[in-house]
Design a protein around this ligand. Structure first.
Ligand code: COA
Length: 261
């Protein structure tokens, strides 16, 4: 499918690269981008030829510099609630896609951009990246999951500071606080994301899927219930041909040939 605001490259190696393409406004998220992200990720979710998605922004300057501020001016309370709910639903889709989504953060990831990166499974940042939740500067709060996912990633105190002051952090500080997984030179960003995607693609595909599900669902419940979820999914792994192949290959001292079955 062709998109107005996204470039989607499906590669031979089961990696899809999605680029948000509004560089003149630093890839700000307007209603079209949100709608197209929903369509695109639903399509990638259903596509058996895609195993990992990499999400990035067009141009040198930004991953995504936030929600498009021009669209915020006229929002009344009901519109505002719907606006937040729509973005949250699309970001939930990305978080629970059943396939890893790697954010390759090539520049500013602010407001909705930081929230979008946090909905991804793993975040790799260029040394030039800057992240933050500057919504209070506009008299609003994060509405696409920032008040919920940021404290889960970096802890309540740090999240409160970033959300209440609107302070931007550079890639190194983001790494130190656990907001990004890795920091790399700008010209290595996509290669690094592809390398990580390939590593994940070499593992048992159902194990990868169940592991993400165990972490995502487990974080929302008590430890006791989370452990039940883990045991159930561990049991599901034991019903797969991949588990037979993976354990057998180890004992036979060869590389496994996983089929995702
Ligand atoms: N929504 C709409 N337009 C945006 C935007 C956003 N979130 N972020 C940047 N833009 C536009 C700018 O208005 C500018 O457009 P113009 O060329 O027509 O004037 C263009 O993108 C380039 O941005 P500019 O501000 O000139 O770049 P800069 O290097 O001076 O500053 C930022 C970069 C990211 C610090 C600055 O653009 C910024 O603060 N953006 C808003 C971030 C924000 O508050 N996001 C949360 C929104 S809820």
């Amino acid at each position: 499918m062709a998109y107005e605001t996204l470039i989607v490259e499906k590669r031979e190696d089961r990696i899809a690269v999605v680029t948000i393409n509004r560089p003149k406004v630093l890839n700000a998220l307007n209603a079209t981008v949100i709608d197209e992200l929903e369509k695109c990720f639903k399509e990638l979710q259903a596509d058996p030829d895609v195993g990992v998605v990499i999400l990035t922004g067009a141009g040198e300057k930004a991953f995504v510099a936030g929600a498009d501020i021009t669209g915020l001016v006229e929002l009344d309370p009901l519109d505002g609630k719907r606006f937040a709910e729509k973005g949250q639903a699309v970001f939930n889709l990305i978080e629970n896609l059943g396939k890893p989504v790697i954010a390759a953060i090539n520049g500013y990831a602010l407001g909705g951009g930081c929230e979008l990166a946090m909905a991804c499974t793993i975040r790799i940042a260029s040394e030039k990246a800057k992240l933050g939740q500057p919504e209070v500067n506009l008299g609003i709060i994060p509405g696409y999951g920032g008040t919920q996912r940021l404290p889960r990633l970096v802890g309540k105190g740090r999240a409160m500071e970033l959300i209440l002051t609107g302070r931007m952090v550079d890639a190194q500080e983001a790494y130190q606080m656990g907001l990004v997984n890795k920091v790399v030179p700008p010209d290595k960003l996509l290669d690094e994301a592809i390398e990580m995607a390939k590593t994940i693609l070499s593992k048992g595909p159902l194990a990868v899927k169940f592991a993400m599900e165990a972490v995502n669902r487990g974080l929302e419940v008590s430890l006791e219930d989370g452990l039940k979820i883990e045991a159930d999914l561990f049991g599901m792994c034991c019903a797969t041909e991949d588990k037979v192949e993976g354990t057998k290959a180890f004992l036979e001292k060869r590389k496994p040939n996983f089929q995702g079955k």
